[in-house]
Design a protein. Sequence first.
Length: 248
Amino acid sequence: MSIYRDYARVYDNSGQLAFSLRMIPYLNLLIERHHVTGSVMLDLACGTGTIAIAMAQAGWRVYGVDASAEMLAEARAKTDESGVQVTWSQQDMRQVVLPEQAHLVTCLYDSMNYMLTDQDLLATFRSVSRLLQPGGLFLFDMNTAWVMASIWDDEIYFTDSDDLSMIMQSEYDRKRQRTTVVVTCFERVGDCYRKIVEEHQEQAYPPEHVATLLTDAGLHVEAMYDCFTLREPSPTTFRIMFVARKPS
């Protein structure tokens, strides 16, 4: 079952836009706190482009990469409306190619949890390491095993509006530390509704294991935060923001 194909068209309206809007000021806080020198940015798994466009509006030269052609189509349409320039490309984030190195790389909204094996995660980190300028910064967030086991397991989430109804059903496999989420949307089209169904899987990783893989990829971990704060993660942290740097 392909993901982000039909769902791309309704993604922002399904409530997902709120995360990106909340992330933008937090990113700016982290960039100021951890000092990024330069103006070239890569947004991995950029989705519909909200963050990439906001960073371009702030003066960054931005590359947006996503595996979904449909999500990129939404991003391009938003770029046309905003009047800024972002270079979009459809690529696998485990092996991205750019015409230049970046000073900042981001990968947000638990996109790293979609890397379901150690090999996938390490390949992505190595790709980022190649793409970063020496001294460049890498910011990404990941959902924790705690939130998957305690909040997501056997859970149903429902939202409803005049034009879109969405049901998210999640189950957590404790042995594999992996969550499966089935997304079902009913989009109003005229007097009828169009059904969209997708299955998403996310893998949880212990933060110390993520740090080891980052080190193996040639990146230095500067900080881990309870996401949207500057506090250290706790055993009940929902989401961790990792800050890593490529040594000069």
